[in-house]
Design a protein around this ligand. Structure first.
Ligand code: TRP
Length: 462
């Protein structure tokens, strides 16, 4: 099958890897992962997380890649082509993506605020990092900057990039900025780990305490793995749909999963020790990287410059992830609903902006609640912001991943999938039979069990 003319194909080998890795590496690695590792018991969580990525993450990623490249279509079109009655699964992916993107743009906006803040008033941040963060979000007055101005700027930047089709430029920039980000993180990690008291943070991450493990922790690790690898909502599927048949999907999966996990681990080993060294333990997990690192920047010579560079690179990582979600939704609206590209963009961005604003407002300014239910704890009312995260990370992403693996394993057929994965025998895939087992049996069973167990055992909602 040849892809339709207007579908741009990645022209260079590195283009695809960079875009997919750019989607995977984002706020999830830096802002969400360390906080979750800290909250869920340190070492044991890291182990479970790595296990989830190795067994389930890689399997689901390859499953998305093969569907995308076989069909060269957006998520709904692709799934419909391979299994007529399954188009709803594509819709579910799109919905999940929009929900995630709504709050992703808020946190993305905060990174922009912090670039500027480190340029103009680093000393104010240093005086009291937590207070500064809360003030950004507007604990007292209406959070104009944290909920409206910066998120809007972030969203507009992402929309602008997509609209101008400057994705190629981003690829070039990624080649430089991604390695730079890794180097900067490693430098920060080394410095953080040598700060007084950081040892306690290291101990927390390196000791495996089995008693901390329960259904909720395993579900958190699973949800985080899918979130971090951009799985479960057809992002990787859409990117692979722009790909040539000659590309080695299996090798790409391995590279992307390894890179993403590496960055998450380095971020964990930077931010958790930093929290111990600076005595900051914020309740909200995405606040971690905004507050605890201030202590590190304060402690190093030229810390302000490091601060600016760090938030700039974090912003870049976030925008490449946001673009990936926006792109897959736009591809869907233009190809399936025949809306012009610009109209689709305006429509999505408007909805995203308002939902996202409710996310931030509910965390600091209003007491808007969501609703959550578990057998053990009954009905609970977490803040709307937390509810959005639960809904996407703990329910919708695993649900989509479950149906995707089931779809590839049983509806479309694992044999066809293996053919596509190896480019019809062009590449060796020694673990093909293991992958088939995982996609057909282990992954759907494990994902379903963990998700259901998480609900039955109850999830702590605060
Ligand atoms: N993976 C990104 C991160 O870690 C976020 C993201 C981008 C995402 N696209 C996604 C999450 C698709 C889930 C699904 O920050």
């Amino acid at each position: 099958m040849t892809p339709s003319k207007q579908r741009i194909l990645f022209t260079s080998k590195s283009g695809f890897i960079l875009s997919a890795a750019g989607s995977a590496i984002g706020l999830g690695n830096i802002c969400k992962f360390p906080g979750k590792a800290y909250d869920c018991g340190g070492g044991a969580f890291l182990l479970i997380y790595v296990l989830m990525v190795t067994l389930l993450g890689t399997s689901v990623m390859l499953a998305e890649f093969v569907i995308g490249r076989r069909t060269h279509k957006n998520i709904v079109g692709a799934i419909r082509q391979l299994g007529r009655r399954w188009a709803w699964l594509g819709w579910l992916g799109i919905l999940t993506g929009c929900l995630i993107l709504s709050y992703y743009c808020q946190i993305g906006g905060w990174t922009m605020k912090y670039i500027i803040a480190y340029i103009v008033e680093a000393d104010v941040i240093f005086t009291d990092p937590s207070a500064y963060f809360l003030q950004t979000l507007g604990a007292e007055q209406f959070p104009l900057q944290g909920a409206v101005i910066y998120p809007l700027l972030f969203l507009l930047s992402a929309a602008f990039i997509i609209n101008r089709g400057v994705v190629e430029g981003i690829e070039k920039l990624s080649k430089l900025l991604m390695p730079l980000f890794l180097v900067l993180l490693v430098v920060l990690m080394v410095r953080t780990c040598t700060l007084p008291n950081a040892g306690e943070g290291l101990r927390c991450l390196l000791t495996v305490d089995v008693s901390t493990v329960n259904g909720s922790v395993v579900l958190t690790a699973l949800g985080q793995a899918f979130f971090s690898l951009s799985l479960g909502m057809g992002i990787m599927l859409t990117y692979a749909s722009y790909l040539h048949k000659e590309e080695n999907l299996v090798a790409n999966t391995a590279v992307i999963c390894t890179l993403d996990t590496l960055i998450a681990l380095v971020a964990g080993f930077t931010i958790v020790p930093a929290a111990f060294a600076t005595g900051i333990t914020p309740g909200m997990d995405s606040a971690f990287s905004f507050t605890s690192l201030a202590g590190v920047f304060m402690a190093i010579p030229g810390g302000v410059v490091f601060g600016i560079l760090f938030y700039f690179l974090l912003f870049f990582a976030a925008i490449t992830s946001a673009i990936s979600i926006l792109e897959s939704t736009v591809a869907f609206l233009t190809e399936e609903k025949h809306l012009p590209r610009r109209t689709s963009l305006i429509l999505i961005c408007t909805v995203l902006f308002f939902v996202g604003m409710c996310y931030t407002l509910s965390l600091v300014h209003t007491d808007w609640k969501g609703i959550w239910w578990s057998i053990a704890e009954g009905i609970q009312y977490p803040s709307f912001g937390l509810f959005l995260e639960y809904l996407t990370d703990r329910l919708l992403l695993p649900l989509c991943a479950f149906f995707l693996t089931f779809f590839v394993g049983w509806i479309w057929g694992a044999e066809e999938a293996v053919k596509e994965a190896t480019s019809y025998g062009k590449y060796r895939f020694p673990l093909a039979s293991l992958w088939v087992l995982l996609v057909k049996f282990a992954a759907p069973v494990a994902i379903a069990t963990i998700t259901i167990a998480g609900v039955i055992l109850g999830l702590p909602v605060n």
